[in-house]
Design a binder for this molecule. Structure first.
Ligand code: AMP
Length: 218
């Protein structure tokens, strides 16, 4: 199984797609956003720093992110493949990621780019809700992914919450950073011949089929 990286703008559905791959191939989903959200709950200097930075839509300092990625990838459950999500976010991080992978004896694997328009994302972002217990993602603005009972997870009955950074202002800030930085990353992986592009503005199932084709053909 090749390692998989998803590149996509905020709220493009990469978390959902990553979970589908995780279920099918039984590999860990390593999301820097999820790890940082856990750290942000800690009542400590670093916890408060991460919480504030995330709330404003800024990037957490590299020294924190690099360490958490390296420690996480070094664990045994990553030896048969993993999905990396939310990292790298700029060219410096991409170059550092190559170094980390080399040190750990891994390849970058497949880089899957979900391309999707800003207007579509703005509509999605305000409706996104997550289960605080099992992390399942819903969208209250979309009848297809809306929970059956308001504010309650269909799968486990957990309470649904809205991320602090899922507001229009924070989204626009994150989107701007994303556009500025992503071009370089895309070029970097294109040059390495590992980039695969998918139109993310299709249904979850259609995007998942495309993702699966790429994985199966490699
Ligand atoms: P995400 O869940 O990927 O949308 O990430 C949520 C937030 O976590 C981002 O807006 C950043 O504040 C922080 N974050 C996630 N990944 C990184 C990263 N690779 N480098 C720096 N900050 C990150």
């Amino acid at each position: 199984m090749k390692n998989i990286m998803f590149i996509a703008p905020p709220a493009a559905g990469k978390g959902t797609q990553a979970e589908i791959v995780v279920q099918k191939y039984n590999i860990p989903h390593i999301s820097t956003g999820d790890i940082l959200r856990e750290i942000s709950k800690e009542d400590s200097e670093i916890g408060n720093y991460v919480k504030e930075t995330m709330k404003n839509g800024g990037l957490v300092k590299d020294e924190i992110t690099y360490k958490l990625i390296k420690d996480r990838l070094d664990r045994d459950d990553c030896k048969n493949g993993f999905i990396i999500d939310g990292f790298p976010r700029n060219l410096d991080q991409a170059k550092e990621y190559t170094k980390i992978l080399d040190e750990l004896g891994y390849d970058v694997g497949l880089v899957i780019y979900l391309d999707i328009k800003e207007e579509v994302l703005e509509k999605r972002i305000t409706g996104r809700r997550l289960c605080e217990n099992c992390n399942t993602i819903y969208n209250i603005n979309d009848p297809k992914s809306c929970p059956k009972v308001e504010s309650t997870c269909d799968k486990c009955g957990g309470k649904l919450y809205q991320r602090d950074d899922d507001n229009l202002e924070s989204f626009q800030n994150r989107y701007k950073t994303y556009v500025e930085k992503t071009k370089d990353i895309i070029d970097y992986y294109k040059n390495m011949n590992v980039l695969y592009e998918i139109n993310g503005d299709a249904t979850v199932e259609e995007v998942a089929d495309e993702v699966d084709k790429i994985i199966s053909n490699n």
